[in-house]
Design a protein around this ligand. Sequence first.
Ligand SMILES: NC(=O)c1ccc[n+]([C@@H]2O[C@H](COP(=O)([O-])OP(=O)(O)OC[C@H]3O[C@@H](n4cnc5c(N)ncnc54)[C@H](O)[C@@H]3O)[C@@H](O)[C@H]2O)c1
Length: 267
Amino acid sequence: MVGRLEGRIAIVTGKHRRLIAEPLAKGYWIGGGSGFGAGITTKFIQEGAKVLIADLSEENGKKVAQSTGAEFLSADVTKRSDWEALLQKAVDSFGGLDIIVNNAGTTYKNKPTEDVTDDDFDMVFNVNVKSIYLSTNVLLPYFLKNDRPGVFINIASTAGIRPRPGLTWYNASKAAVSNATKTMAVEYGSKKIRFNAVCPVVGSTGLTHLFIGKPDTEENRKAFVSTIPLGRGSTPKDVANACSYLASDEAEFITGVNFEVDGGRCV
Ligand SMILES: NC(=O)c1ccc[n+]([C@@H]2O[C@H](COP(=O)([O-])OP(=O)(O)OC[C@H]3O[C@@H](n4cnc5c(N)ncnc54)[C@H](O)[C@@H]3O)[C@@H](O)[C@H]2O)c1
């Protein structure tokens, strides 16, 4: 069977680290064995894509690359020169580029907004928003010059739509991701370049304890999950399935959406 993404070439950003908190065995919280980036890479390769992983950490990125058959390049998504190197690597290794998944993201620990520092603010806006600016600024000229119908998938969050307290500037950075995604969808529609945002609800990854802002205990997770109608957090597989669809030709008429992967949280 031909995969949904057969022959496509993708860059997936994010350190792809393993869970730091194991999922609980009670069934109301289901976690994958890794962050969303590893799930997306695994799914894309299953669907026939060639994937270049972009990761701050050589160790983690290389591990995922080896286990999935992806290529790896160490990159900081807040640096223009690293985006230029990623494009060059995709062209040299695979012969081009079709899909970018801007998955790398970060947060400060949930806390009262008056306690947020300048460093916290700069960190979330650099990693979550400037990375999208740089990826488009560097990669759009490639798609336009080569008349290639590129696909951008930006991992935003339900936090940008239905924010919880204590994460004001993380939430605002994700709202910026969704807004920029919609703006570019309108701007580049005539060039057949699609932009969509994927908005996961809280999942069990390296960032979870920071979102909760409390110890990652059964009781504290239960309180989070009680606000999700389908009764669990998101998994890397949920996010990867959404990305795979949006990257494929099945979604050729879909652009500018905030695709909520949230078990009904944002209803
Ligand atoms: N986990 C959740 O509950 C949740 C919910 C909604 C959205 N998200 C978003 O999903 C995305 C993936 O996060 P995750 O939950 O898999 O966590 P994760 O920590 O496992 O993965 C995110 C990775 O991005 C990497 N990164 C940070 N700064 C970087 C930089 N400058 N250059 C390159 N990589 C960098 C981090 O090292 C990290 O490993 C993020 O954008 C996050 O905001 C997560």
